[in-house]
Design a protein around this ligand. Structure first.
Ligand SMILES: Cc1ncc(C[n+]2csc(CCOP(=O)(O)OP(=O)(O)O)c2C)c(N)n1
Ligand code: SF4
Ligand SMILES: [Mg+2]
Length: 311
């Protein structure tokens, strides 16, 4: 897609613009699914028509969190489980920014589960990519919220007694307005899904299956996928909440039986995003907060008054 440059000339956006000038050597292991997310995102951005300086990528902590180091845009490598609060604040302060949050299954469905639930509920206009490798990768292979029941690791040597989180079902119940699952072994579909998710107005959640060959060789992410939109077995309406709920539940169960079902599971284009809700109630300032001139003297006075007041 083309954009207008600073001097008003129309120009094409190239995927190479999303590669940092001094390209850092990625420290992901050979064969890691995280490379697939990076590739799909770099391919999606030019088609969305956004440039690196119109984009913010906020990441959590984990192997997945390194994404923001290998992707050229504004970036914020935040803390474990907290990419979403940072992303929300940035979007509210600067609604014109394309905000993408990303992190692992441990990051998003475990420690950050609370933020996930409430960001979905409030339908913030951001895209959330969860690298789901069913393991804590960075910290060397502990059981994560999406590890299958019975999964053996250093933290669960006798096998996990816990049922895994159902990411898409949780997302739907919480209020996400776009929910999809894709896989790193599936780069073309991943690119298309990321384009849709980024263009969607509202909270778009992509559960991105990423293989971890170092710590989780047993996971099913390598298995050939079935796209539910192309499958004769699946014929459900992605805009129908109940039909979507059944399809996701099925896909989530079958993942642990060795069948990878990917595609769009729920799309609600009607629901207003949080930004739109706030604008409708006149709570959003007309000029983005991020562009407001910071008057340091008056900020000092304001802080001093507050301190004084609370003494
Ligand atoms: C508050 C806090 N608790 C624990 C950790 C240690 N820690 C770092 S990454 C991580 C889990 C990583 O797993 P996941 O989020 O699935 O990301 P992956 O490495 O698999 O991409 C943990 C527990 C931390 N950095 N901060
Ligand atoms: S430990 Fe696993 S998730 Fe982390 S970089 Fe290596 S293969 Fe990827
Ligand atoms: Mg993980």
């Amino acid at each position: 897609m083309s954009v207008f440059s600073a001097i008003g000339e129309e120009r094409e956006i190239d995927r190479d613009e999303f590669t940092p000038g001094i390209e850092p050597q990625a420290t992901w292991c050979p064969g890691c699914g995280d490379f697939g997310v990076l590739k799909a995102l770099k391919q999606a951005m030019p088609e969305v028509g956004r440039t690196p300086d119109e984009t913010l990528l906020v990441t959590g902590i984990g192997c997945s969190g390194k994404l923001s180091s290998y992707f050229e845009s504004y970036g914020f490598h935040s803390i474990h489980g907290r990419s979403l609060p940072v992303a929300r604040a940035a979007k509210l302060a600067n609604p014109g920014l394309e905000v993408i949050a990303a992190g692992g299954d441990g990051d998003g469905y475990g420690i950050g589960g609370n933020h996930f639930m409430h960001t979905a509920r409030e339908n913030h206009d951001i895209t959330y990519i969860v690298f789901n490798n069913e393991i804590f990768g960075l910290t060397k292979g502990q059981t994560s919220p999406t590890s299958p029941k019975g999964h053996k690791s250093k933290t669960q040597p006798h096998g996990s007694a816990k049922d895994p989180v159902r990411p898409m079902s949780l997302s739907l119940a919480s209020g996400s307005s776009y929910i999809a699952r894709t896989a790193a072994v599936n780069p073309n579909q991943a690119k298309e899904i990321l384009i849709e998710a980024i263009e969607h107005d509202g909270f778009a959640h992509v559960d991105f299956l990423t293989q971890c060959p170092t710590w989780n060789k047993d996971a099913k992410q390598y298995v050939p996928y079935t796209d539910v939109q192309d499958s004769d077995e699946f014929d459900f309406d992605v805009t129908d909440r109940r039909e979507a709920a059944d399809a996701m539940y099925d896909a989530e169960s079958r993942l642990y039986e060795g069948e990878v079902l990917t595609g769009r599971f729920y799309v609600d284009e009607e629901r207003p995003s949080y930004t739109e809700e706030k604008q409708a109630t006149d709570e959003m300032p007309e000029a983005p907060l991020a562009e407001r001139y910071l008057d340091e003297d008056s900020e000092w006075e304001r802080s001093a008054d507050l301190l004084h007041h609370h003494r």
